[in-house]
Design a protein around this ligand. Structure first.
Ligand code: MG
Length: 181
């Protein structure tokens, strides 16, 4: 079974440009390549899970979205990092659709499609809805500060709160090493 880190996309791997629809606007957050390489060397693989309510709002074109994901995959591949899969949830907040985080649908799809081990896998995101999606899929969750104040969230706390991508990558590697020792 695979050991995976599920990543939110906007505000976690790339800057949140709010309804990103232009592949030219992709901009990676600092420390992402280094962090992903550390995790890769610890045996983790990667899946991206992104809410895209811009699609039903008519602000994000599905062809552009697929092109954005193709470019992200290719940029990471050039840095020695493979992404197993991308999942997006083209649903409005008020839909309450299980594929849309905090629903676990995208993680569950990944777990099934790629034979992922929940026990050793993680979810990382910059919103408590990401953390909650991890809880519901029974993987450990990490919150990345930057977008949202996690205080007084209606959702159960994350296992770890981090201010940088590199730090959270090191944390996940350390926890994984402890598990194996
Ligand atoms: Mg985000």
């Amino acid at each position: 079974m695979r050991k995976v880190v599920f990543f939110d996309r906007d505000g976690t791997l790339i800057y949140d440009k709010i309804y990103l629809n232009d592949p030219q606007q992709i901009e990676y957050l600092p420390g992402v390549n280094e962090g992903l390489r550390l995790l890769r060397d610890q045996g983790f693989e990667f899946v991206v899970v992104t809410n895209q309510s811009g699609v039903p709002r008519g602000l994000v074109d599905v062809e552009n979205l697929n092109e954005i994901h193709r470019i992200i995959r290719s940029d990471f591949a050039a840095a020695g990092i493979d992404i197993l899969g991308f999942y997006y949830a083209p649903f409005l907040v008020e839909s309450g659709h299980p594929m849309r985080k905090p629903g676990p649908g995208m993680l569950e799809a990944g777990i099934k499609d790629f034979n992922i081990d929940r026990q050793t896998s993680w979810m990382v995101g910059d919103r408590m809805t990401d953390v909650e999606a991890g809880h519901r899929a029974q993987v450990k969750s990490v919150f990345l500060h930057g977008t949202e104040d996690p205080e007084n969230s209606e959702f159960a706390p994350a296992e770890y709160y981090s201010h940088t991508f590199l730090d959270l990558s090191q944390y996940i590697c350390e926890q994984d090493q402890k598990r194996n020792s």
